[in-house]
Each structure stands twice: as structure tokens, then as C-alpha cells.
Design a protein around this ligand. Structure first.
Ligand code: FAD
Length: 355
């Protein structure tokens, strides 16, 4: 095998061009910029190269890396991570679009709008790759990927067989899908198909979704003229509300908003009347984890190099030289505080791999 110790090195075979990086620094490859190294990182540029990547492992296969915007890694990861790097967007018919797994999600959103297709505008500016989007059924501003999703194709890591997953087979739920529950990294998503609509303007733009409170407020006097207005508003709102990972390294929301039965949620609301709760289906409510963290006095707090953003209480940040271990110890502290005060165990949104 052609591979240098201090890389990047490339493994050329007749069919493949793998990029192999030994002792790879992960801090520059994840939005939290945690101090972290993996024994080997293999960047794969085509699904057909996955078989070769399997032959090039150093130690055990430890999973996948997209753009690292929802990942926490410990200081040293043993084994090999694969980074999915194949890209491309194409129209399958007038309104159906296929995006390859390594494509930037936001590139897909912007491309679709430039093609006069609407449907993804509420998901503007979510960092990360297309391949990772179904894993937690990305969602924002009242829309989830599941609502636009048609199907995806994935390769099984053990057997290297391909399978098509319909929306039903993906079992999408709030920040969740079947892929979060299947055995460790068994499927590698190679592309995702979405169904969009023609860009509507003026009167016919009534189908746009701006029920989410921030958007309602923005458009209460003058409704949006088209999806382009929604996308622009969301870009502005997100830039003001969330810390920029380039300035304050973070992974977006670190905890899920707890989802409780109506009875349990209303019971808690009776004890804490200011707790923001939102209906989620007929039988459940979602509760604001950010509000609970803020009530525990943690917004803007810092412990060494880790802290809670002063801009948004759901976002944990790396102030300098933090490791994943430090961040997780801090997250556990927050979980304990919220549990003591509200009797609820917050759960963590990003993928965590510590060794
Ligand atoms: C500032 C900021 C704001 C954010 N806002 C939102 C938001 O509004 N809504 C939201 O839902 N999320 C949000 N996130 C989280 C993040 O953007 C999404 O989870 C995104 O889908 C992660 O993509 P990624 O490529 O960076 O994933 P990574 O962190 O690289 O990986 C995440 C998971 O996906 C798996 N994975 C990656 N590629 C593949 C593949 N090809 N096949 C199978 N599994 C794969 C990995 O194994 C891992 O388990 C935000 C993050 C940040 C930093």
C-alpha cells in the first residue's frame, strides 16, 4: 500500500484515487475546532472507491466524517475515519433533484433557488454535507428535510451492497432517523433525492411556510414575495442569533429540546409558567432546552476553554484549546444542573466519539 507517515499521501489503483492522511489533525476539520487527532483519515472521492478504502484501513473503521459540523472528537481517535468527498447536483426531472453526499448542504439550497425551485429555503445556511443531512433529519424554521425527501441510496459497509431507502424506511423523526439507531456506521449514504416545487411569486407564493415565530414577526406587515425573501430573512436571522463557528467554534445546538407528553409538559409549565413550550403533534409538546439552561445561570458561562455561548444558551463553544473530553465534562455538568432544577435529562445532539 502506498502511504506515507506524514501525509497527505495518495493511493492510486487503476480505478481509485484515495487521499490517505496519517495522524490527521481533526481540529481543522470540525466546526468545534477541538484538539484532536485520528490515526488515519481517508478521503474518498467516489462511492466506487469504498472497497479500496476498506483495504486501506489502519486499525478499526471508526465511522464517517462529512464537514464535521455535528461532531465531537476526543484528543486521540484510534483507527480510521472516512471522509466522504464526492460532490455534484443534478435535476432528475422538472422538480426532483439529486445531490451527492459530499456536496455542501447550503450549496444545494442556493443552487435550487437559482434554478427557480423552492422547498429548501427554510433550511438555508445549515452547515454540513448532504450525506449527513438525513442522519438527524436536519430541520430549521418549521421545516425538516423529511418533508422534501424522496429517497436516498446508501452502501452497506460490511457487504458493500447498495440499497435505496424510501422516506418511510428512513423513519424520520425530530433530529433522528433510522441511521441513528442502526449498528455502528453500517450505511454510507451516497446521494439524496429531494422533491421541490416551482418558484412561486406574488399571490401564488401563499404556499410558503413562514409560521415559525421569528419569520411571522418578520413578515407580519408584508408577506414574502417568494422563497428568495424567506431565504434572505433566514440568513439574516441566523447570522444575528447564532455564534459564527469561525469566530466562536461550535456545533450548533448541543442539546435536543425535550419532547414530553402533553400531560407531562403542561405539568411542568404549571410549575414554571415562563417555560416556552410548543405543540408537537397531537400528543406531545417540545420544551425549550435553551430557556432551562439559561434559568440554571449557564448562558455565557465559561469553564477554562469551554463554555455556553453568550448569544445562545443551547450552543456550547470552544474558547481555545479545548478537547472533546473537556467539552463533554462541561456538558454533563449542564445536564446535571437542568436535571436538579427541572427533573429532565437533556440529551446530546452531536455525534460523540472520544477515543
Ligand atoms: C452553527 C451551526 C448551526 C447549525 N444549525 C442547525 C440547524 O438549524 N438544524 C440542524 O438540524 N442542524 C444544525 N446544525 C448541525 C449540523 O449542521 C447538521 O447536523 C449537519 O447535517 C451535519 O453535517 P456534517 O457533514 O457536518 O456532519 P458531520 O459532523 O461530519 O457528521 C455528523 C454525522 O453524520 C454522519 N455522516 C456524515 N456523512 C455521512 C454519510 N455520507 N453517510 C452516512 N452518515 C454520514 C457521521 O457519521 C456523523 O454521525 C448546525 C451546526 C452548526 C455548527
Amino acid at each position: 500500500m502506498l502511504c506515507a507517515d506524514l501525509c497527505p499521501a495518495q493511493l492510486h489503483t487503476e480505478l481509485s484515487l484515495l487521499e490517505i492522511i496519517d495522524n490527521a489533525d481533526l481540529s481543522t476539520r470540525i466546526s468545534l475546532r477541538l484538539r484532536s487527532q485520528v490515526d488515519r483519515l481517508i478521503r474518498v472521492h467516489h462511492p466506487a472507491e469504498l472497497g479500496d478504502a476498506k483495504l486501506a484501513l489502519r486499525g478499526p473503521f471508526r465511522g464517517l466524517l462529512g464537514e464535521g459540523s455535528n461532531s465531537v472528537f476526543g484528543a486521540h481517535i484510534h483507527g480510521t475515519l472516512l471522509q466522504i468527498a464526492w460532490r455534484g447536483i443534478e435535476r432528475l426531472d422538472r422538480y426532483q433533484v439529486r445531490a451527492q453526499a459530499g456536496e455542501h448542504w447550503d450549496e444545494l439550497v442556493q443552487w435550487s433557488l437559482s434554478q427557480n425551485l423552492q422547498g429548501l429555503e427554510n433550511l438555508s445556511m445549515i452547515p454540513g454535507s448532504v450525506g449527513a443531512a438525513p442522519i438527524q433529519n436536519i430541520g430549521a424554521y418549521g421545516v425538516e428535510l423529511a418533508q422534501r425527501f424522496v429517497s436516498l441510496e446508501a452502501v452497506h459497509w460490511e457487504s458493500m451492497t447498495r440499497k435505496r431507502f424510501s422516506r418511510e424506511a428512513c423513519l424520520f423523526a425530530y433530529r433522528s432517523s433510522v441511521f441513528k439507531h442502526l449498528s455502528h456506521q453500517s450505511w454510507i449514504i451516497s446521494h439524496v433525492d429531494v422533491q421541490l416545487n416551482p418558484l412561486a411569486t406574488g399571490e401564488s407564493a401563499a404556499s410558503l411556510d413562514y409560521r415559525y415565530p421569528d419569520l411571522q414577526q418578520r413578515f407580519n406587515r408584508q408577506p414574502p414575495d417568494s422563497a428568495l425573501d424567506i431565504a434572505a430573512a433566514i440568513r439574516e436571522i441566523r447570522s444575528g442569533k447564532l455564534p459564527d463557528p469561525k469566530v466562536e467554534p461550535n456545533a450548533g445546538s448541543f442539546f435536543h429540546n425535550p419532547r414530553l407528553s402533553n400531560e407531562a409538559a403542561l405539568g411542568l409549565k404549571a410549575r414554571f409558567p415562563e417555560l416556552p413550550i410548543y405543540r408537537d403533534g397531537e400528543h406531545h409538546h417540545k420544551l425549550s432546552a435553551a430557556w432551562m439552561i439559561e434559568q440554571c445561570g449557564m448562558k455565557g458561562q465559561r469553564l477554562g476553554d469551554v463554555g455556553v455561548s453568550a448569544k445562545h444558551a443551547l450552543v456550547l463553544v470552544n474558547h481555545g484549546e479545548a478537547t472533546g473530553e473537556m467539552l463533554m465534562a462541561f456538558a454533563r455538568k449542564i445536564i446535571e444542573l437542568v436535571d436538579e432544577r427541572f427533573g429532565l435529562q437533556l440529551t446530546i445532539e452531536p455525534r460523540v466519539l472520544l477515543s
